[in-house]
Design a binder for this molecule. Sequence first.
Ligand code: F6P
Length: 543
Amino acid sequence: MLTNTAQWQRLLGHYQEMKSVHMNALFSDDDNRFQAFSLTAAGITLDYSKNRINAETKTLLVDLAKAMKLEEKRAAMFCGDAINSTEQRAVLHTALRNFSDAPVMVDGQDVMPEIKATREKMKLFVDAVSTGKKVGYSGKAFTDIVSIGIGGSFLGPKIMSEALKPYRQKQLNVHFVANVDGCHIQDVLASLNPETTMIMTSSKTLTTQETLRNAETAKAWFLQTATQADVIHNFACVSTNIEGAEAFGISQDNIFPMWDWVGGRYSVWSAIGLPLALAVGYDNFEAFLKGAYEMDQHFTSAPLEENMPVLMALLGIWYRNFFGAQSHVLLPYYHYLRGLPAYVQQLDMESNGKRVTQEGQSVDYDTGPIIWGSEGTNGQHSFHQLIHQGNTVIPADFMLPLQPHHDVADHHDMLAANCFGQSQALMAGQTEVEVRAALESAGKSQKDIDALASHKTMPGNKPSNTLLFDTLDPKTLGKLIALYEHKVFVQGVIWQVNSFDQWGVELGKLLGNQVLKSISDVSSSLDMDASTNGLVAAFRNRK
Ligand code: F6P
């Protein structure tokens, strides 16, 4: 078990030394700290100097990664071993963005040909829809795409389309429907013309209740003006379940395969990314893939101590398992990246929110953290107070493009100043002596100073990383997403969990279906627990 390893024990001892060291001291001891604890790879710069570490910490953490056979496990993932042990599947989202000529073998077969064929089919489809060569049932070019999907079949295309807003094609509006709450699909369809709308159902399994219901509702809306024979023109589907798509009435030309060795939260690189490709054009989608490929090359070739995803993962372990951090906050200082925390929430929490090891042994240590966050500078006016003066360690990832997609006055300078100022304040804090001096120079009475000083003191020593990149273009976005995918992978290896199944979501789905029966059939007896019975009774009596 992880906690019995000598490397873990050495980190425990080291933590006893480091827990009382303030980062201010670490910075004053080493003028070169920024250079020593920052790294540039694949065009992204990671400043990790504002962490509660020294050179020994880094060595001990890398030793732990080696002890947990990270390099071997990494090789096993990339070469198609069935590392998703509970589903006996390979994990090959990396193959989807593989632009080398190297084959990738799954069960003795090279999967690259079918991946490349699907990319080509996507390109032809996107070009045909975008240029009006492919038209709706009445012969009109498409103006709107409605993408129906949830979880990884929604978050990826939606959040990446948002992040790449400056690259969107003007002639196509892409809309997303995920929630089974009827407000969502009602709002989206209300303004659309069925003649010029493509309904795209994205579902790896085609068994997800919300997606199936939304697809049926969209079809019913379509059939108010069109006929069943017209469905083949205006409907498309992305799934492993080809038969299910055909049964829905979708033509082969508009069905895009995906594979069971791509997890939902890792699937934006597959045809699940088709709504993104339609939003920004196929060339930009391919650039997105190539950015991820460049990060894959860094991840698989850089020594662990100079490996960006590895360092970010190890720092997360340091705070989660030694400082007891419960969460990790993402602070993208860029409006177009405002969806990133929600994306990484599924990526991280559905991967490492586990309680047993690959071998099924209950863990005796913390695993995946709670991921949260929102765009800067907005968070400064809502939750930053707790990060600054709360009594829990919340490691933060700040991120900022150096070049914005606007030239509005000095807004970007102000955004950058806030990003850097916040991480500086978290690190440095403000001592009571400094607070008292500031209050005295502001002319406050001694009585007021005594009353205020402790309230205004900021402990500092709050850790953060800062990621800098030039422009948030498709390639850079691909690098950033792959960076977080590999960070999650590394942490899963060290925690010895299976990051690629998600059994925890099954019970909720099962019970939801049972409750739906008792809601739909009002004559049925309420034989569930008292709370659920009470809630269903109240719902039944709502009318
Ligand atoms: O939340 C469970 C889950 O299976 C996710 O992993 C997945 O992204 C989502 O539901 C949607 O699944 P599907 O693409 O099969 O509809």
